[in-house]
Design a protein around this ligand. Structure first.
Ligand code: FES
Length: 82
């Protein structure tokens, strides 16, 4: 199972630090993160906004994005049998 991220690339990537962190997370966890980029997710005034496993995070900072992803990936990796 992967961590599912949904975001609007039109708004989120105007915040270059958000997209830089997202790309960094994709490179770090290529098999643990699934990304859906939308043209609009009806959060234009709350950008960058992201859905992480269905939970809505409006105005998320790059640091909070990293934290949310790493917590979920870490929990999933901990569930994988050795
Ligand atoms: S155009 Fe980006 S959320 Fe609407």
């Amino acid at each position: 199972m992967t961590v599912q991220l949904v975001f609007c690339s039109n708004c989120a990537c105007l915040e270059s630090a958000f997209c830089a962190m997202l790309r960094q997370m994709q490179q770090t966890y290529p098999d643990q993160i699934g990304v859906v980029e939308l043209d609009c997710m009806a959060a234009c005034d709350m950008a960058p906004a992201v859905l992480i496993d269905g939970a809505y995070y409006p105005g998320i900072s790059p640091a909070d994005l990293q934290t949310q992803i790493e917590q979920r990936v870490g929990a999933e990796l901990a569930d994988v049998p050795a």
